[in-house]
Design a protein. Structure first.
Lengths: 530, 75
């Protein structure tokens, strides 16, 4: 059930009406039932994956809680006889047991993810290796269908169990509430990857009807639909035309494809998240923001702080820091300081952890060498720009460009083009083609195609270009207004007639300019496939 | 506290660590700085800061970080 389908809109309407008709204390139960109904639309058998993750996480969280309670009781009972060392030893013993339970949970759940997402990729690589060494044996691919949204809800749930182990999240004793946290339907298939401590604050609350919340949520949903249907899906045919025929479309076409894809991806993903957050808001539930105007970033590090924020912080908190500061890494750091020098010794843990994190980030996006290369390249560029930071600093001071508007614009454009270039790996069928197409930007000097009408033969018309251009200008205008705070708050401060006019115009724009209707298949959100 | 200030100043010589209380919120310290800082704290104070303690409240100021080190040392 796509967010942009009529059946989803009907489903949402029914859930919304029921939600505010039933007693407040049962509202979270309705959301749970609705979430399972929503997920079952993709196949009832998929529910066992949700149930498997929920039940395994529940059992392990209760075991961790049981061990914590045993520890508390033991220390309270033996307060008089336990000295500091004995207490520390006992705590370490309990922590070890909790660690084992955590490992069971992580292996079980990430194991499921690995089997369904990466088995055929592994088989493909093994077959290639056999062929390289002259073998003839080839393994058959398995008939595995990746459960929808598994990368999102799995990461969210594993984040919860790690927090429980660390003692930073309270154990959810009600399995129904935990099931809702795992499966909450708006964010089930494309995130954001919420934290239990943040989402649980409003997810289970008995919310009363709040007209301003519903009105704001409705506006946010409309804005998401506008981005998805009027911008992303309208430019999609041009992106597909360019990337599906790399032999034909090179040089200037690749540049156009990069920019079109950047627009499509932004409108698609942020539009989807707007719908998710808007749906949460009409139910009174606060869902974490996932973007902070990322295309205004001045460097790649800043970009990743502002794009897909919840994924970035997940990797930072649960992978980057634990790897960087673990015992073996600290030992390695000490050793390399003594043997390789102070500077390299300090940086080595950061280098290794960054590359590991970006390798995994690439793998998270998809089981292909394209994504792995994309991830590792991101890591390498982040490290290089970190190393060049003193040089940039010197340059900014020497030439007095730091606070110049034109220089900020240059930095933004540079970052935009850099990220768009990396995304070629997301577009083309293999790594070789992606690099080759990047090369044609400089070797195939056919930039006259921007002026001779060739751009009108990419599957979209002049009208489509005009609609997308106006849409992008509106996005830019809204982004600039966001610097002064919430745009919806700014509109709300205007007379009521203007409020209704803005919503009416947005609705009309979606109805008249949106890419949908009979014979037009609204495309799946890009991030649904992860 | 002197030792800690010395470590911090080695990371960013131009920051007033004695008074700044928004080291994380103002993005003065990034994740790379934090990893370096934790390794330095480990070698100077012999205190291992675990991943769950890496939260803005513990790293926003030198004072907060020093309190964390003292607390972990006592535990």
């Amino acid at each position: 059930m796509l967010f942009t389908s009529y059946s989803f809109i009907l489903f949402l309407l029914v859930v919304f009406i029921l939600y505010y008709c039933i007693p407040k204390i049962y509202r979270w139960v309705l959301l749970l039932l609705a979430s399972y109904f929503f997920y079952a639309q993709a196949g009832a058998s998929l529910l066992m994956f949700l149930l498997g993750t929920t039940i395994s996480t529940y059992i392990v969280s209760m075991q961790i809680l049981r061990l914590s309670n045993i520890q508390k009781a033991y220390i309270a009972e033996n307060k008089a006889i336990l000295d500091k060392t004995a207490k520390k030893e006992y705590k370490a013993k309990i922590k070890k047991k909790q660690w084992r339970w955590l490992l069971v949970c992580l292996f079980f759940n990430f194991g499921i993810l690995a089997i369904f997402k990466y088995t055929n990729f592994a088989i493909d690589n093994v077959n290639n290796l056999i062929a390289v060494f002259g073998g003839t044996k080839q393994f058959s691919f398995l008939d595995l269908v990746l459960p929808m949204g598994i990368s999102f809800y799995m990461f969210q749930t594993m984040g919860y169990i790690i927090d429980v182990y660390r003692g930073t999240a309270k154990v959810e004793r009600n399995i129904g509430k935990l099931a809702l946290f795992v499966s909450f339907f708006p964010q089930l298939i494309q995130g954001p990857i919420s934290r239990y401590n943040d989402l649980s604050r409003t997810l289970f609350e008995p919310h009363a009807f709040d007209s301003s919340n519903v009105w704001f949520g409705f506006q946010r949903i409309l804005w998401g639909f506008f981005k998805k249907l009027v911008i992303a899906d309208r430019i999609l045919p041009a992106v597909n035309t360019i990337i599906q025929a790399p032999e034909e479309y090179q040089g200037a076409y690749v540049l156009a494809g990069m920019v079109f894809y950047a627009i499509q991806l932004f409108a698609d993903f942020t539009g989807g998240i707007d719908i998710v957050i808007g749906i949460g808001q009409i139910f009174g539930i606060e869902i974490a923001e996932n973007f902070n105007r990322p295309y205004f970033s001045k460097n790649i590090t800043e970009y990743w702080r502002r794009w897909h924020i919840t994924m970035g912080t997940w990797f930072k908190d649960y992978l980057f820091y634990p790897i960087s500061i673990c015992k073996p890494m600290r030992k390695l750091s000490k050793w390399s300081r003594n043997h390789l020098g102070e500077a390299l010794g300090r940086k080595l843990p950061v280098y290794i952890s960054t590359l590991v994190v970006w390798f995994v980030t690439g793998l998270w996006h998809g089981a292909s060498w394209n994504f792995i290369t994309w991830g590792v390249l991101n890591g390498v560029i982040i490290l290089i720009s970190g190393e060049c930071a003193p040089l940039y600093k010197w340059f900014h001071k020497r030439f007095h460009v730091e606070n110049k508007l034109w220089y900020a614009a240059f930095q933004i454009l540079r970052t935009f083009l850099l990220m768009s270039s990396l995304r070629l790996l997301d577009c083309y069928r293999d790594v070789g083609t992606s690099f080759k197409m990047f090369g044609t930007l400089f070797s195939n000097w056919n930039y006259e195609v921007f002026f001779n009408g060739s751009m009108l033969k990419l599957g979209i018309s002049v009208a489509d270009y005009i609609v997308v251009l106006l849409g992008v200008l509106l996005l830019l205008f809204v982004s600039l207004r966001q610097r002064k705070g919430s745009v919806r708050q700014q509109i709300a401060a205007k007379p009521i007639a203007i409020n209704f006019m803005v919503v009416y115009l947005l609705l009309m724009a979606i109805i008249i300019l949106g890419a949908y209707g009979i014979g037009y298949d609204a495309s799946q959100f890009i991030y649904n496939q992860f | 506290m002197e030792d800690l200030l010395e470590i911090l100043e080695e990371l960013h010589a131009d920051v007033d660590f004695e008074n700044c209380e928004t080291l994380i919120d103002s993005a003065i310290l990034d994740s790379f700085d934090i990893v370096t800082l934790i390794a330095e704290v480990d070698s100077v104070f012999d205190v291992a800061i675990p991943a769950e303690e890496i939260i803005p409240e513990n790293f926003n100021s030198a004072k907060a970080l020093y309190s964390l080190i003292q607390r972990l040392d006592e535990e």
